[in-house]
Design a protein around this ligand. Structure first.
Ligand SMILES: C[S@@+](CC[C@H](N)C(=O)[O-])C[C@H]1O[C@@H](n2cnc3c(N)ncnc32)[C@H](O)[C@@H]1O
Length: 368
């Protein structure tokens, strides 16, 4: 049995051992694209504790953050997809994993002919705090009593603001492979908020993780083996998507869901899913006389701002919604109707996005 506050220590211990020697029990077999594995040293590939492949959804030139990067495998694959103009940052809290990944980074860079990957030490639920920087400062001012404990707390806050490990709005894509489940329940809300914070507006999260088909019972959550083995910290399938929604993401979808469970424990099925979620629906709404038509095939749809639209009908939307729909993941589902007389953004009046209304064709044609 573990106490709630001991879960992180158990995770650290288990993955410190897993960095030194392959732990078969932690593996959920994944078919990575083999052409990207050629330049990656064997020990990195051997210590693969992932459950999916978020790297498949990356594009050239992107800045990518990998949460819980472990041996660095996803980072080294991502490095090849984003290319020399892109950048990859791996964050992990376990020294042994960081050592393994950092030792192999120059080998991969030499084989590729460019270096675009770096590994940083931090907890993924607190991406502003650089743990190596804090370590260095605490060596100079060790915690010896209550006063120095409180001072250390203040120091951590100052580091978060002045020297964040990952700056706000600096990342195009946050990826992660089988790590979010390892974060304690009380920090899960903060974890999703941190993913949201570091993404640029228009950025996205592509996350592979283990989810359960039923709520995980309390007693399973205190089992150290099941907790650190990516089982008992799993969110439910529904809860996983809802967590992204609550954090402010939109356009959330399941990209991949394993039909067969990876493991079944006490009747609960645990399987791998890969999901995608976008950041950027926040902001003001302006009227520019634009309209959209939902193409189908469903009779009606409801978006993350509660716009309900029936197939084939012409709806008035604000400029923000219009532009969101023109991009992934929506663009293939809509037809777009521009007004015949364009209204510039500076002239545009506020648009009430709280209700969905139809737009008469005459409005866009300007023939009232
Ligand atoms: C299941 S392994 C996955 C490693 C890697 N993503 C892969 O595909 O092989 C989990 C990794 O996440 C790290 N980790 C777990 N919880 C973490 C947290 N709260 N903050 C940072 N790293 C964490 C562990 O140290 C370990 O390297």
């Amino acid at each position: 049995m573990i106490e709630a506050h001991g879960r992180e220590a158990v995770v650290r211990q288990r993955y410190a051992a897993g960095a030194k020697e392959r732990a078969d029990k932690l593996c959920c077999p994944v078919d990575y694209q083999s052409n990207y594995l050629e330049v990656i040293p064997r020990e990195v590939i051997e210590r693969d504790y992932g459950c999916g492949d978020p790297s498949r959804y990356l594009r050239a030139g992107e800045t990518v953050l990998d949460l819980g990067s472990g041996s660095g495998k996803i980072c080294f694959i991502a490095a090849q997809i984003v290319g020399p103009k892109g950048k990859v940052i791996g964050v992990d809290m376990t020294d042994e994993m960081l050592e393994l990944a950092r030792r192999n980074a120059p080998i991969v860079a030499e084989r590729l002919g460019y270096a675009n990957v770096e590994f940083r030490k931090g907890r993924i639920q607190d991406l502003a705090l650089d743990l190596e920087l804090l370590d260095r400062q605490l060596k100079e001012n060790p915690i010896t009593d209550a006063a120095s404990f409180l001072a250390a707390d203040e120091l951590a806050e100052e580091l978060r603001c002045k020297h964040p490990l990952i700056a706000s709005e600096s990342i195009d894509v946050v990826v992660s492979n089988c790590v979010l489940n390892l974060v304690e329940p009380k920090s899960k809300g903060q974890l999703f908020a941190e993913i949201f914070r570091v993404l640029k507006k228009g950025g996205r999260a592509v996350i592979s993780d283990i989810v359960s088909d039923e709520e995980v019972p309390e007693e399973m959550q205190s089992d150290p083996e099941l907790w650190s083995g990516c089982i008992s910290g799993a969110l439910t399938e529904e809860g996983f998507l809802a967590a992204f929604e609550s954090a402010g993401f939109y356009g959330i979808q399941i990209l991949q869901r394993d039909v067969d469970p990876w493991r079944t424990v006490q009747g609960t099925e645990f399987r791998s899913v890969t999901i995608e979620a976008f950041k950027g629906k926040q902001g003001e709404c302006f009227e520019r006389n634009q309209a959209v038509i939902y193409r189908g095939p469903f009779k009606e749809v409801l978006d993350d701002d509660n716009h309900r639209m029936e197939r084939g009908k012409r709806y008035a939307v604000c400029d923000k919604t219009y532009n969101l729909y023109r991009k992934a993941p929506y663009e293939k589902f809509f037809e777009f109707v521009d007004p015949i007389v364009a209204i510039s953004l500076s002239e545009a009046k506020p648009f009430d996005c709280s209700r969905t209304s139809l737009r008469h064709p005459k409005e866009t044609k300007g023939q009232d």
